[in-house]
Design a protein. Sequence first.
Length: 156
Amino acid sequence: MQRNTYKHEGYEVLQGNGIVKGHLIGGCIEVLEMLKGTEAWPEKEQWKNSILFFETSEDTPDPIYLEYWLRNYGSQGILNLINGIIIGKPYDNKYYEEYKKVILKIVRDELGFKDLPIMYNMNFGHTAPMITIPYGCVAEIDCDKAMFRILESGVI
């Protein structure tokens, strides 16, 4: 079975200015939801000064779930600790615009994180083409240039 490949339209900076750096922490948001409350869920200290990355799977969750999940990251204090967020391109581009609206509605408008850098439409996760995000490596978001760089080797 051949996977759909979409022309890369470029990263979108939903909000933020300048450059932020942090170690990468995150994953498929549906899987992260299953980890909450387990030994696999990161300790609060692990979120500090990180760049949170998440993406959605081929299950293409309804945007209302993304609202719930983002509110939960806010209520846990995680959004207070991180330096930025990168978000993968939605699977088959389903809910592309809806997810963008939800992210800004919750993170910026409801939770008040107006300056938290958020980069959207990145080619990682359940998409094609796909890059690999090396968990724990230091990376940077350059909001002014709409660029993302991994600053450390992903292998030892």
